[in-house]
Ligand binder design. Sequence first.
Ligand code: AMP
Ligand code: ZN
Length: 115
Amino acid sequence: MNDDCIFCKIANHVIESTYVYEDDLVAAFRDMNPAAPTHVLVVPKKHHENIVDDVPAETLAAMVHAVDEVAKAEGISESGFRVITNTGKDADQVVKHLHLHVLGGTFLGEALVTA
Ligand code: AMP
Ligand code: ZN
């Protein structure tokens, strides 16, 4: 838990959010500035800056499982969805705590969709 990190606080319920899925390793909650009808962020409960910041395989697997659970809960498993993770400056990563954007609920087209 990084005391200066907003997603550490949300993932560990120091600050509450609108949760879509949660287990021991990860939390999924709604993006406050949605870019699609479904826009959910999947984050590990432990602080990792990005997807290549020594994330344990168990945590990565839990994040993929959470994406599946989010898609089911949102009813977009069949219609499809997009998963994005911004890493570093050129990707314009704003929050420096690993998060997967799960976007769906409409046709997303070819655009590189971000928040
Ligand atoms: P990025 O770091 O560019 O991949 O995106 C950060 C995302 O986090 C953006 O889509 C923001 O809208 C979202 N965000 C930032 N703060 C919060 C918050 N407190 N609750 C929910 N979503 C947030
Ligand atoms: Zn954090």
